[in-house]
Write a protein that binds this ligand. Sequence first.
Ligand code: PMP
Length: 330
Amino acid sequence: MDYVEHVVDLVGNTPLVKLNALTEGLQPLVLAKVEYLNPGGSVKDRIALRMVEAAEKSGELRPGGTIVEPTSGNTGVGLAMVAQRKGYHCVFVCPDKVSEDKRNVLKAYGARVVVCPTAVPPEHPDSYYSVSDRLVEEIDGAWKPNQYANPENPASHYHSTGPELWQQTEGRITHFVAGVGTGGTISGTGRYLKEVSDGHVSVVGADPEGSVYSGGSGRPYLVEGVGEDFWPETYDRTVADEIIAISDAESFEITRRLALEEGLLVGGSCGMAVAAALKLAKRLGPDDVIVVLLPDGGRGYLGKVFNDQWMSSFGFLSPDQSGATVGDVL
Ligand code: PMP
């Protein structure tokens, strides 16, 4: 019989899928690392598992303890799934821009969800960072993974995502593209790929226009899970060779085209990362192999990116945009 002991055993080893329609006319091979095929539906399953197991080993997380974390949803799902396996409680703190669908997923796994305003600075007492700190003090046996400062976040990618990509491409990957949120994905995966290739793999970050990684001040943008208004400890500034800023309009247009033209129903940060990969591909040749990481699936965004009314309310579906081709937009 062929089975695993628990769904958590299925984290990682996600496939690479070639992009076809979106790369028409471009020379490099562009491969998508499809992270929504993790059992919790996102790349964050990887960090959840590693952060929890490290905290068990260090004694920070004790049997029956409570995991408290500020999360935009995906890290929460990963943590909730791992907590279910290991008998922990979960309390998650989300900014209010996170979709209700995503919050309901966390509740479905048995977590408590606390919602905070997006439009306040991180040091404000109502910010989701401050509220989660307060909860850690108040709840007995609480442990905060702190994905923004926990070295196990980038380490999970150094030990899983990076080696998987090297093996799957048989060492032929030349460029790695990923969106930057905590920076764990790009820092860990990128560092591994640079080490194993003797510096031959280029690492390219994708960032929402307005976020600090691409020189912005942290002004608001709509794409979820990426960009920051501060510099997290999990982001290693020495890894990325380049950061490409992408507008919300471009991110969302490419997100919709990934479903329509590639059969990949994915989240807005995936469209952002692919938009950056396509800009990069325009400058590269036929021997280049670009891998772009797609962090999550599109089902959590049906009321937003995939809703025409929501898109139109922000001016993202103007007539000249809806008929655009990749060449027109990029
Ligand atoms: N996309 C989504 C949807 C995410 O939830 C995250 C994690 N915040 C990212 C991209 C960015 O990944 P990382 O935190 O590893 O930089």
